[in-house]
Design a protein around this ligand. Structure first.
Ligand code: IPE
Ligand code: IPE
Ligand code: MG
Length: 229
């Protein structure tokens, strides 16, 4: 695939929505949609690496997704476990540094220790920082920051940012949401202040490298003003 001019993008974040509807369309169980969605992560990440994007955040499970039936949550946690094993196999070939944002405290110990181990890899010389947002919400991120800084006076934007889970990541330049829903669903509320938003009608399991490149091409056409003229 042609290399496109992605030099203005440091950070791409993706709200990977539409797994359930993909499964329903194919008359499959929702869990098969999640499995197919998971299988789509690596090819898309490989293309982002190809496009020299330095930071990639994937919204995999929101705080509000805890409202889903127990069976679906259990299935998603099992898939997370499997995907950690799969990513672990590829992490060195692709020189990926994998980290997580979100509240991981309810995950089984065996998964959190896997995450801890994997996130130590390629810390310095990574080609891409891959961040998985799991049990994450923008509001809880901001709320937790406020709880921790409550005694400080005259806090600045920069200081508040240093308390967010994304403190070592630049704000996303481009946020892509698949699945034909035009909303943010509590993702990176602070960090998206000046992100360019791209909504795709494609359901996540069917979102291709070409669709990704169309989003990047669209981004390249946008003029970012940051309030200026
Ligand atoms: C996104 O797909 C994955 C998660 C939110 C965990 P959905 O499961 O929301 O799929 P739809 O929106 O029901 O199609
Ligand atoms: C957003 O999708 C969260 C993730 C993709 C992880 P949802 O399916 O949870 O969003 P809503 O509920 O339709 O807003
Ligand atoms: Mg959804």
């Amino acid at each position: 695939m042609d290399k496109i001019n992605s030099q203005n993008i440091q950070h791409v974040a993706i709200i990977m929505d539409g797994n359930g509807r993909w499964a329903e369309k194919k008359e499959l169980h929702r869990s098969q949609g999640h499995k197919k969605g998971l299988d789509n992560i690596l090819p898309i990440v490989e293309e982002l690496i190809e496009q020299k994007i330095k930071y990639v955040t994937l919204f995999a499970f929101s705080t509000e997704n805890n409202k889903r039936p127990y069976e679906e949550k259990k299935n998603l946690i099992n898939l997370l476990d499997d995907s950690l094993d799969n990513i672990n196999k590829k992490i060195d070939d692709n020189n990926i540094n994998l980290t997580f944002i979100g509240n991981l405290s309810s995950l089984p110990k065996k998964i959190t220790s896997k995450i801890q181990k994997i996130s130590q890899k390629n810390k310095c010389a990574s080609s891409v920082k891959l961040i998985i947002a799991w049990n994450y919400s923008g509001r809880s991120d901001i709320l937790n920051a406020i709880r921790r800084i409550k005694t400080k006076q005259n806090i600045t934007e920069k200081e508040l940012e240093s308390y967010l889970m994304t403190h070592n990541t630049p704000d996303p330049d481009l946020i892509i949401r698949t699945g034909n829903q035009i909303r943010i669903s509590n993702f990176m509320l602070w960090q998206s202040a000046y992100s360019e938003l791209y909504f795709s009608k494609k359901l996540w399991p069917e979102f291709t490298k070409k669709d990704l490149n169309n989003a990047i091409l669209e981004f390249e056409k946008r003029k970012r003003n940051y309030g200026n003229v």
